[in-house]
Design a protein around this ligand. Structure first.
Ligand code: PLP
Length: 424
């Protein structure tokens, strides 16, 4: 008999002082939770919305990433970049662990304050801010914020003259999937003038930040950026500022990456570089987003339609239509340059978890989202066994820059999240 999900026990996560009480958190493996969810669905066939796509979010994986950070970069305090996944349970968990938060807007600041995070644990890390958001930050004592241009300094002078300003410098982001330097970061040859302007305005600049780009593929970019930050520190000191904080931004790879650039490789370079160039009285923070959440979320999609086509060589191919897509959680393909990997979850009611039957034939298959737009393609040429309407496909590593940017285009709902904690 199927175990209904709502019979699962509630866990108290990691002896948190603030229990994560508003949602159920299971203590089973991600696969077990998915299995039970599908079983529950199959016993309630005629209920509305039964086939909806859903996420399983593993809070234990977020916690494991946290422990990994602590062990490999003990000097550097993580400020989770909320933009990567503002999931309420993730934010609560990280708040309960005592880490800081990088917020990009008023509503992110509000979300973080609402779970009891002190304003001193927030950095408002958006170099160009709406005036009313700066006023909001001032009202709530969120003093630490970034800038990279003189106009922002004049704005802050008017709205929050006591703010603790962090100069965001430009670094080499040519090896990153998302190059943020196109939009933000003061080039080194502007830094002197900028700091002089801040000084003339009697503003309180307390440090330097950078972001090597999201999805950074070269650990040396971090070392190079640390050298530039040291140079910017020296400029500040020469002008009489007493900088006390270095913010090394985000760009750290997700938890599932085991070759190519890894968190271990970055830590091995960046930790010693900072120790060599910044004395221990300088506080060092970072703004990891993807690192914490990418590997913690799996999305399960239902095959809602299938078309059989024949190519020029007379081979059978399939087009599958699933119920979350490019306008939903898979916006990451477009906005975040992610490559997503379809895996067969269930066929004909049988759970597969990507296992194939022996000698089974595969077909070139394309997978499409549910909207009426042809850009809504998730995978152009996957090799999959023959699936049919009603089967399920799952996609791992879907926790970063997915749900948060999903739209409801064509009237489709955002996929709901079920939580589990696999940390033992
Ligand atoms: N900090 C800032 C200012 C950002 O703009 C971003 C991402 O765009 C991040 C941190 C998080 O980056 P990542 O998810 O690559 O760690």
């Amino acid at each position: 008999t199927a175990v209904l999900l709502n019979q699962a026990p509630q866990t108290k996560l990691f002896n948190s002082k603030q229990p994560l009480q508003d949602k159920l958190v299971y203590t089973r493996s991600v696969k077990q939770v998915i299995k039970e969810k599908l079983e529950a669905m199959s016993t309630q066939k005629w209920e509305l919305d039964q086939e909806n796509a859903f996420f399983v979010g593993d809070l234990g994986e977020v916690y494991r990433q946290h422990l990994r950070w602590k062990s490999l970069l003990p000097r550097i305090e993580p400020f989770f970049a909320v933009k990567s996944n503002p999931d309420p349970m993730v934010v609560k968990l990280l708040a309960s662990l005592g880490i800081g938060f990088d917020c990009a807007s008023k509503s992110e600041i509000q979300q973080v304050l609402s779970v009891g995070v002190e304003p001193s644990r927030i950095i408002y890390a958006n170099p160009c801010k709406q005036a009313s958001f700066i006023r909001f930050a001032a009202q709530h004592n969120v003093a630490r914020m970034t800038f990279d241009n003189a106009e922002e300094l004049f704005k802050i002078k008017k709205l929050y003259p006591d703010a603790e300003l962090i100069l965001r410098i430009l670094t080499d982001d040519s090896k990153s999937l998302c190059q943020l330097g196109l939009k933000f970061g003061a080039p080194l040859d502007t830094i002197n003038n900028l700091l002089q302007t801040a000084k003339d305005l009697n503003l309180n600049v307390v440090g330097v930040s950078f972001h090597v780009g999201s999805g950074c593929l070269d650990e040396n970019a971090f070392a190079d950026a640390v050298v530039r930050a040291r140079w910017a520190f020296d400029q500040g000191e020469a002008l009489g500022f007493k900088f006390n904080i270095l913010d090394i931004g985000g760009g750290f790879p997700s938890g599932n990456v085991t070759e190519g650039i890894t968190f271990e490789k970055i830590a091995a370079i960046v930790g010693p570089a900072i120790d060599a160039m910044f004395p221990s009285n300088i506080r060092v923070i970072a703004e990891p987003g993807r690192y914490y959440v990418a590997s913690a979320f799996t999305v399960c999609t239902h095959v809602i339609g299938r078309r059989t086509v024949t190519n020029e060589e007379n081979e059978t191919q399939y087009m599958y239509y699933v119920n979350d897509g490019m306008y939903g959680s898979f916006n990451c393909i477009l906005f975040d340059h992610q490559q997503v990997q379809p895996k067969v979850l269930s066929r004909d009611g049988n759970l597969m978890f990507d296992e194939m039957k022996e000698d089974e034939r595969t077909f070139t298959s394309s997978i499409w989202g549910p909207t009426c737009d042809s850009i809504d393609c998730l995978s152009k040429e996957a090799k999959l066994p023959a699936l049919d309407n009603g089967d399920w496909i799952y996609w791992e590593n879907m926790g970063a820059y997915t749900i948060c940017a999903a739209s409801k285009f064509n009237g489709f709902k955002q996929s709901e999240v079920i939580y589990t904690n696999t940390f033992e």
